[in-house]
Write a new protein. Structure first.
Length: 326
């Protein structure tokens, strides 16, 4: 069976449709992959005003019984009025429906990889969609309790102990059971999805100076160090975050786990902007996305760069191949 992938449209008022078409221009292969782009047909047509496909395509309202590699299928999910650069609940609903359609295709084994274009959390909220992001939505759809947000590139792999929560709520969420769950997901993913036989994983501290032996917070002593002592096979630390990245110690590890969102995302994007990939570990299916947002400020201008979306496809393909080699 050829690898099959669905691309979602993301927020149609952002750069999602544009970078999907630009990416398909680069990765389409007549005899190698099946590609489905889940997007309102009117949005697809509007996007052709700023970027022309170099791949053959066919617009469909439902998928044929047999999907061919000869053309990209543009799967319609209704019509929506675009307001480029604006946050609209209608766009949030379309983005949500695109994701759900991709999940259904994956759960029915019609595709074995999903590449998602950026969404707007604010548009989700305006559309009364009660999920803070892709990761939580996907975990809910596939009924997965233990999952992790990973970021991957040629330079580093990283993951988060907590995801989209306020800074004030982070300390109370750094619990031993959470680290055990995240640690199991990450180590399993590194072994099975990335074929690293015995991964070496760094854990960062939560507080400045990694707590300085309890003088600036106790999470390192009471939680993080206890986790590491019980999981010495793969895990090391806790490391002082600024010194860890300043001295480029991430190069000595197969993955770095940070305690909160910006602790990882700032150094990761500094090193990999436009090349990094967001990967949801722990799902029964493969899902990747670019590591940037909707870029409302340049929507419709035709200048959005597709490199991160292209990398997301490449990593999805690699991980699908890894899982197929079990």
């Amino acid at each position: 069976m050829k690898n099959s992938f669905s691309f979602t449209c993301g927020d149609v008022n952002g750069i999602g449709p544009e970078i999907v078409i630009k990416s398909l221009n680069k990765v389409y292969s007549k005899n190698k992959y099946n590609h489905i782009f889940i997007c309102p047909h009117n949005v697809f047509e509007n996007t052709l005003n700023i970027v022309q496909p170099t791949f053959p395509y066919k617009k469909v309202n439902r998928l044929p019984d047999k999907i061919s590699t000869a053309e990209v299928l543009i799967l319609n999910i209704g019509s929506v009025k675009q307001s480029l650069g604006s946050v609209k609940g209608s766009a949030g609903k379309i983005a949500y429906n695109s994701i759900l359609k991709a999940c259904n295709l994956a759960s029915n084994k019609i595709v074995n990889g999903i590449i998602t274009a950026p969404i707007s959390k604010e548009a989700f909220k305006k559309g009364n969609i009660d999920f803070p992001g892709h990761t939580e939505l996907l975990a809910d759809f596939f009924n997965v309790k233990d999952f992790a947000m990973m970021f991957v590139s040629n330079k580093m792999k990283a993951a988060l102990a907590t995801i989209h929560i306020p800074i004030k709520d982070i300390p109370k969420n750094i619990k031993l059971n959470r680290l055990n769950n995240i640690g199991n997901v990450i180590s399993k993913s590194l072994v099975e999805d990335f074929k690293i036989k015995s991964p070496k994983i760094a854990m960062l501290g939560l507080n400045p100076h990694a707590g300085e032996n309890g003088n600036i917070g106790s999470e390192e002593i009471n939680v993080i160090s206890k986790f590491i002592k019980s999981n010495k096979k793969y895990f090391h630390g806790p490391f002082v975050p600024d010194a860890f990245f300043g001295n480029r110690h991430y190069k000595n590890y197969d993955c770095t786990i940070g305690m909160y969102h910006d602790q990882i995302l700032i150094p990761f994007k500094l090193l990999n902007f436009n090349r990094g990939v967001n990967y949801t570990a722990g799902l029964p299916i493969v899902r990747t996305s670019p590591d940037h947002g909707t870029a409302f400020d340049i929507a419709g201008k035709g200048i959005a760069k597709p490199e991160s979306m292209i990398e997301a496809f490449k990593y999805a393909n690699k991980i699908v191949d890894s899982r197929n080699k079990k």
